[in-house]
Design a protein around this ligand. Structure first.
Ligand SMILES: Cc1cc2nc3c(=O)[nH]c(=O)nc-3n(C[C@H](O)[C@H](O)[C@H](O)COP(=O)(O)OP(=O)(O)OC[C@H]3O[C@@H](n4cnc5c(N)ncnc54)[C@H](O)[C@@H]3O)c2cc1C
Length: 460
C-alpha cells in the first residue's frame, strides 16, 4: 500500500472539483484531485455559463479561453410538427456595462469547460489522478485518510467531496439529501451530429401525446445537444437509430438525419439539498451538496460558486486562521443553494425559461452572515479613481488570490494575516473609510474603524 500526503484531497474532477483545484493551486496549497473515470468526460450537460460564473472564471484566468468558443444562446423556434408556433429568446441580448462586464449567459459545453479548467490546473502545476476512485475514508482530529481503488491511500488535512449527486462521501457520512426525485419526469440527453438542421436557432418540437424534443446547436462544436422528455415505459437506447426515430416522431418530419451519437445519458429530475455541507474535516460541494432540475441552468454554476467560496477559506485555515472560518462555508452557501433550488424548481414547474438578474447569480449576497460584517454583497466591476489621479478597473484590482483594501490608510499589520493589496481611492469607496474585499469578490467589511478592520483580518 502506498500512502501519499496532501493538504486538500478533492474527490471528483467535474466542474466543481476542478474549479476548487485551480483556486487552491494558484494559492500554492498542496492539493490532489482523484477522479474515478479513466479519462476526461465528454458530455455537453451543463452548457449555460451564468454571468457570475464568467466573473469567477475571469479571476481564475480562464474566461478568455472559454469565451473564445462560447456564444450567446440563439433564438428558439418552437414548432408543433412542421408548424412554427412560437419564437423567443431565452436570454435578452445585453451589452457589457461598467458594473457587469459579462452580461449574458453563454453556451459552452461542459466537457470543454472542464477541459479548460484542467488545462489551467496543469499550468499551475496540478493534475487529475484518473482511474482513482475513492472507496472509503476515515477522519480523526488531524486529518482524513482516504482509500482509493487498487489499494492506494492518501492522507490529507481536508477532504472535499465534489463527487456529484450520488456522492459516496455524503452517503458514508450519513448526511441526509432532503428533497424529491421525480421518477415520472425523465429525459433522454445526447450529443449528436445531424444533417438538415439550421445552426442559427434552438429547435424545439412539441407533439401532443408524444412529448417534446429540443436540439441546441452546441456553440463552438459541430454537434447538437438533444433533450427529450420521456413517457413512462420509454426505454432510451444508446444508438443513432433510437435518437433518429425519436426526433422524427416528435418533429413529424423526416428532414433531420442523425449521423453520429457522441454521448448520451438518462436524466431524472432531482431537487435535493444536503442537510449539512460540513462534517469535521470533510466538505460537500457542487452536486454532492445540491442537485437541480435542468431549468435555469443553475447546477454547474452553483457548484463553481461553492468551490470559489471554499477555496480561499481552506487556504487561510491551512495558513493558521481559526477553524471557525470553515464553518462559514456552509453558513454562506447552504442558504444560497436552497434559494437557487427553489428558483430552479419554480422555473421547472412553470416550464418557462425566465432569465433575470437572479439566475445570473449576480445579486446573490452573503449579507447577514458571521463573515459579512456589514458587507456581503458582490463588488461590481467599474472604474475606480485612485489618489494621485490614476484610474483602474475594479476587477483588475481584485484579480488574484489576495484581499483588496480600499482605504486612505495602509493595511493594518496582523501577524499571520492574509495578503492584502491596498489602494487609496480618490473618494471613499462605498462611503466607508476602509472597504475590504474578500478574495471571492464580496465586501468583507466596510467600516470607519481601524480596530474593526484589524479584527476582521485577524478572523480570516
Ligand atoms: C445527464 C446530465 C445532464 C445535465 N444537464 C444539465 C443542464 O442542461 N444544465 C445544467 O446547468 N446542469 C446540467 N446538469 C448538471 C450539471 O452537469 C451538474 O450540476 C454539474 O456537472 C455538477 O458538477 P460537479 O462537479 O459538482 O459534479 P459532477 O459533474 O457530477 O462531477 C463529479 C465527478 O466525481 C467523480 N466521482 C464520483 N464518485 C467518485 C469517487 N468515489 N471517486 C472519485 N471520483 C468520483 C465522477 O466521475 C465525476 O467526474 C446535468 C447533469 C447530468 C448528469
Amino acid at each position: 500500500m502506498t500512502e501519499n500526503t496532501t493538504d486538500v484531497l478533492v474527490v471528483g474532477a467535474g466542474p466543481t472539483g476542478l474549479t476548487l483545484a485551480v483556486d487552491l493551486a494558484r494559492r500554492g496549497v498542496r492539493c490532489r484531485v482523484v477522479e474515478r473515470a479513466a479519462g476526461p468526460a465528454n458530455g455537453s450537460k451543463g452548457k449555460g455559463l451564468q454571468p457570475r460564473t464568467q466573473e469567477v472564471f475571469d479571476d481564475l484566468g480562464v474566461v478568455d479561453r472559454i469565451l473564445a468558443s462560447a456564444a450567446p444562446y440563439p433564438p428558439v423556434l418552437v414548432r408543433v410538427g412542421p408548424v412554427p408556433v412560437w419564437r423567443m429568446r431565452m436570454h435578452k441580448p445585453a451589452r457589457p456595462t461598467d458594473a457587469v462586464p459579462y452580461p449574458m449567459v453563454v453556451m459552452h459545453p461542459q466537457w470543454r469547460t472542464e477541459a479548460v479548467l484542467r488545462e489551467r490546473l496543469a499550468e499551475l502545476g496540478g493534475r487529475v489522478d484518473q482511474d482513482a476512485e475513492l472507496t472509503a475514508f476515515e477522519q480523526d482530529a488531524d486529518g482524513v485518510t482516504a482509500r482509493l481503488g487498487g489499494g492506494r491511500s492518501v492522507r490529507a488535512r481536508y477532504l472535499v467531496a465534489a463527487d456529484g449527486g450520488r456522492s459516496k462521501v455524503r452517503k458514508a457520512l450519513g448526511i441526509g439529501f432532503t428533497g424529491e426525485t421525480r421518477e415520472e419526469e425523465r429525459m433522454a440527453l445526447a450529443d449528436v451530429r445531424a444533417e438538415g438542421l439550421a445552426r442559427d436557432r434552438i429547435h424545439m418540437w412539441a407533439r401532443p401525446g408524444k412529448g417534446m424534443v429540443a436540439l441546441y446547436p452546441m456553440a463552438g462544436t459541430g454537434s447538437f445537444q438533444v433533450l427529450a422528455s420521456l413517457k413512462p415505459g420509454d426505454v432510451p437506447l444508446d444508438t443513432v437509430e433510437w435518437f433518429q426515430r425519436l426526433i422524427a416522431e416528435r418533429s413529424m418530419t423526416r428532414g433531420v438525419r442523425v449521423t453520429e451519437l457522441l454521448w448520451s445519458s438518462l436524466y431524472r429530475v432531482n431537487i435535493r439539498l444536503a442537510d449539512r455541507f460540513r462534517a469535521g474535516r470533510v466538505f460537500l460541494a457542487g452536486d454532492a451538496a445540491h442537485v437541480h432540475p435542468p431549468s435555469g441552468g443553475q447546477g454547474l454554476n452553483t457548484g463553481v460558486q461553492d468551490a470559489y467560496n471554499l477555496g480561499w477559506k481552506l487556504a487561510r485555515v491551512l495558513a493558521g486562521a481559526p477553524d471557525a472560518l470553515l464553518d462559514t462555508y456552509e453558513e454562506e452557501r447552504r442558504p444560497i443553494a436552497a434559494h437557487v433550488l427553489g428558483l430552479s424548481s419554480e422555473l421547472y414547474g412553470k416550464k418557462t425559461v425566465r432569465r433575470d438578474e437572479e439566475t445570473y447569480q449576480l445579486t446573490l449576497s452573503y449579507r447577514g452572515g458571521s463573515l459579512a460584517g456589514n458587507g456581503g454583497d458582490r463588488v461590481p466591476d467599474g472604474p475606480v479613481e485612485l489618489a494621485g489621479g490614476s484610474r483602474a478597473r475594479m476587477f483588475d484590482l481584485l484579480r488574484g488570490p489576495h484581499f483588496t483594501l480600499l482605504s486612505p490608510d495602509p493595511a493594518p499589520r496582523v501577524p499571520g494575516g492574509p495578503e492584502v493589496r491596498a489602494y487609496v481611492p480618490a473618494r471613499p469607496y462605498g462611503g466607508a473609510r476602509h472597504t475590504l474585499v474578500r478574495p471571492d469578490g464580496y465586501v468583507g467589511i466596510a467600516t470607519s474603524s481601524a480596530e474593526e478592520l484589524a479584527g476582521y483580518l485577524a478572523m480570516v
